[in-house]
Design a protein around this ligand. Structure first.
Ligand code: BGC
Length: 416
C-alpha cells in the first residue's frame, strides 16, 4: 500500500514536470455583467498567456450571495476551486477552516507587503500568512447620474445633500422620468442603505453603527433619521424595481430612462462598456453628504489548498498575476475600480477613478475610510446577512413603522 502511494506520487511528479508545469486554474467569481465579464476576461487572457488553462466558474448574482452558496457545497464535497472571490472577514472564516493555501512564497517574491496599504494586507492574511490576493479597490458610496436627464429635467448640478437630492428627484419625477434606478434585491437595498446611513450620520456614526455594531448607536435618533431618509429614497424608485439586476438598473441611467443610481463603481464598468464618457454623458458624485468619506470594497481571491503540483504552480502564477502591474491596470480600467497596488500610474484612468484614488488616500488620513458592510468588508458574514435581511424587510414593507425597522435592524446586528 505504502509502496503504491509512493509510486503514484513519483509518477504524478514526473507528469507534472514534463508538462512544464502548465496547470489548470479554476476560478469562482460572480462577474457576469458586461463590464465585469470584460474585466475577468483580462485575467483569463493573462493566465492563458502563461500557458495555463482557465476554467471559468461563474455563478451569476450581483453581490455574490449565490456564488458563496455554491462555493460552500464545493468545499464541503472536498472539491474546491483553485481560487474564489472571497472578501473581508469572510477570508478569515474560510482560513480558520484550514482549507486555504499559504501564499507567502509568492507574496515574498512579489513584495506584496510593501505594495499594499496595510489595512488591505491585513485582511488578506490569516495568522500572519497571506491566503488571498487583492485585485482592486471599489468605492461604494457613489451616486451615478445621467447628465442629459439632469439637464432636461432642470436639475442644476449634482445634489450634495439629501435635501438637494429630494428636490432634484421631485423635478425628475414631475418630468415623467424615473428619479432612482434601483434593483430590489437584498444586497442592492443594503448598498443604498449604507450610503444613506453614511450621508445622514457621517463617518463616525457609520463606523459605530455598521462596523462596531454598537447597540446604542443602532437605536439612536440618527438611525431613525437614516431609516426615514432611506424610505423616502424608495418613493422615487419605479414599480418594476423588485428583483431587477443591478446592471439593468445602470442601463436605465445609461439609456436616459432614469436620473440616478446609488451603486458602487462596478456601475462605471457598465458605462465604460457602453462607450459613455464621465463628465459628459454621466456624472459620478459621492452620495449626498458622503463626499469626505469612502466606503471601500476590496475584491480578492482566496486560494484553496490543492494537491496537484501543476495546479499549485498555476495557482501561484494566478496570485502573482493578480498583483502585477499589467493586470492591475487593465482589469481596473474595465471594472470601474482603482488598483489596490500602491504607486500605480493613473494616467490612463478617468476622472472618477482619479477622484476615487485621491479620496482613498485622503480619507485614510482623515478617518473617513470605512469598510462597506453591504459588500462583506465590515462584519462577519452571519451578522451581515441578518442585517441585510432586516434592511430589506423594512424597505419592502411600507407598513412597517420606522421604530420597528430600527428595532429589527438592531436585533439583527446582535447575531453572532
Ligand atoms: C463586488 C463587485 C461586483 C459587484 C456586483 C460586489 O460585491 O465586489 O466586484 O461587481 O458586487 O456583482
Amino acid at each position: 500500500m505504502l509502496k503504491l502511494t509512493k509510486l503514484a506520487t513519483a509518477a504524478a511528479l514526473v507528469a507534472a514536470g514534463s508538462a512544464a508545469m502548465a496547470g489548470e486554474v479554476e476560478v469562482l467569481h460572480w462577474w457576469t455583467s458586461g463590464g465585469e465579464a470584460k474585466s475577468v476576461g483580462e485575467l483569463k487572457r493573462i493566465m492563458q498567456g502563461k500557458g495555463h488553462t482557465w476554467k471559468d466558474f461563474a455563478v451569476a448574482g450581483g453581490g455574490g450571495d449565490n456564488a458563496m452558496t455554491v462555493l460552500k457545497s464545493r468545499v464541503v464535497a472536498g472539491n474546491p476551486p483553485a481560487a474564489a472571490q472571497i472578501k473581508g472577514p469572510g477570508i478569515q472564516e474560510w482560513a480558520s477552516e484550514g482549507v486555504l493555501a499559504n501564499l507567502d512564497a509568492t507574496a515574498k517574491t512579489e513584495k506584496w507587503d510593501s505594495l499594499l496599504p496595510k489595512v488591505v494586507a491585513d485582511v488578506m492574511k490569516y495568522k500572519g500568512n497571506f491566503v488571498a490576493a487583492p485585485v482592486n479597490v471599489h468605492r461604494v458610496n457613489w451616486m451615478w447620474a445621467n447628465a442629459a436627464v439632469l439637464k432636461k429635467t432642470g436639475v442644476a448640478g449634482t445634489p450634495k445633500t439629501w435635501d438637494e437630492f429630494f428636490a432634484a428627484a421631485e423635478k425628475v419625477k414631475k418630468a415623467g422620468l424615473i428619479p432612482v434606478a434601483h434593483g430590489g434585491q437584498n444586497w442592492q437595498d443594503f448598498t443604498t442603505f449604507e450610503s444613506v446611513v453614511l450621508g445622514v450620520g457621517g463617518a463616525k456614526f457609520y463606523s459605530d453603527a455598521l462596523v462596531k455594531l454598537d447597540q446604542k448607536t443602532l437605536t439612536s435618533a440618527t438611525m431613525t433619521k437614516s431609516l426615514e431618509t432611506f424610505r423616502k429614497v424608495k418613493a422615487y424608485t419605479d414599480a418594476a424595481a423588485p428583483g431587477r439586476d443591478w446592471n439593468l438598473a445602470t442601463a436605465m441611467v445609461i439609456q436616459e430612462k432614469a436620473a440616478f443610481q446609488f451603486m458602487g463603481d462596478w456601475a462605471k464598468g457598465e458605462f465604460t462598456a457602453a462607450g459613455k464618457v464621465p463628465g459628459k454623458d454621466y456624472i459620478c458624485a459621492a452620495a449626498p453628504g458622503t463626499a469626505s468619506a469612502f466606503t471601500f470594497n476590496v475584491d480578492s481571491f482566496a486560494m484553496f489548498k490543492l494537491k496537484d503540483a501543476a495546479a499549485q504552480k498555476a495557482q501561484a502564477d494566478l496570485a502573482a498575476a493578480i498583483m502585477g502591474t499589467e493586470f492591475q491596470e487593465v482589469f481596473n480600467l474595465n471594472k470601474g475600480s482603482i488598483p489596490v497596488r500602491l504607486n500605480m500610474d493613473m494616467a490612463k484612468f478617468d476622472d472618477c477613478a482619479k477622484l476615487s484614488s485621491k479620496d482613498f488616500v485622503e480619507t485614510a488620513k482623515s478617518g473617513g475610510l470605512l469598510p462597506s458592510i453591504a459588500h462583506g468588508m465590515a462584519v462577519i458574514p452571519a451578522a451581515e446577512g441578518a442585517i441585510k435581511d432586516a434592511v430589506s424587510q423594512f424597505w419592502n414593507n411600507d407598513k412597517m413603522s420606522v421604530a420597528d425597522g430600527v428595532k429589527s435592524i438592531a436585533k439583527a446586528a446582535a447575531t453572532k
